[in-house]
Design a protein around this ligand. Structure first.
Ligand code: CA
Length: 224
């Protein structure tokens, strides 16, 4: 999941970004309404966390413009405005959820999971394909072999590659598509990064679990 974080409180934005990234979200942070609207003109995000009190355009205006374009992108408003009126207004303008500052990060995560489930990107925390089981909330991977289950440790990026492929089992993912789930905007990507992650994954996973489709990308087949 790629999140556009619109927040002008930089310490808060930094902390949020760290927490979200550690949960496996890819975060693009902007601190102005105008920059948010720019970012929203590309289909590069799956969800928005939107502050209302921004230095240029009000967050509600950003939301209004987004909905005017018939975008159904999920929006969680994160704001210090705690009156019922402003809450109602935010929801009426088309926000999916409304969280008042100060808030607990766990609560934000729980609300994000609700949206993820609704989008169908995280139907459950467990993704199973063949002998491999992925717990997407606990970030754990298990491989079962003759009735015993062994946990395998992967780096965060390796885990994210595996998650992307397993959630799309039966479909080929291009290298670019996998990269887009791994790296943040502006982050430099080594040209063979995906290949390196796949190589590491293959070493610990069952034979031929991840297959290379020459010139197209990678696939995990449903039947193993
Ligand atoms: Ca603000």
């Amino acid at each position: 999941m790629r999140i556009l974080l619109v927040e002008d409180d930089l310490p808060l934005a930094k902390a949020l970004q760290r927490s979200l990234q550690s949960e496996g979200f890819v975060v693009n942070h902007v601190n102005q309404g105008k920059l948010a609207l720019n970012a929203l003109s590309t289909p590069d995000q799956d969800m928005i966390i939107l502050d209302l009190g921004l230095p240029d355009i009000d967050g509600l205006e950003v939301l209004k413009q987004l909905r005017n374009k018939k975008s159904s992108l999920p929006v969680i408003i994160l704001t210090a405005r705690d009156s019922i009126e402003s809450k109602v207004k935010g929801l009426d303008f088309g926000a999916d959820d409304y969280l008042v500052k100060p808030f607990e990060i766990q609560e934000l995560m729980a609300r994000l999971r609700v949206i993820e489930r609704r989008l169908g990107t995280a139907v459950s925390s467990l993704v199973c394909v063949g002998k491999v089981k992925l717990d997407t909330f606990a970030h754990k991977v298990f491989v079962s072999e003759s009735k015993t289950e062994t946990e395998i440790h992967f780096s965060k990026k390796e885990f994210m590659v595996l998650k992307a492929l397993m959630e799309n089992a039966g479909r080929i993912l291009s290298r670019e598509k996998i990269e887009s789930k791994l790296y943040h905007w502006g982050e430099e990507v080594l040209s063979n990064a995906v290949e390196v992650h796949i190589h590491k994954l293959r070493k610990s996973l069952p034979d031929k679990f991840i297959q290379n489709v020459r010139g197209v990308g990678y696939i995990i087949n449903n039947a193993h």
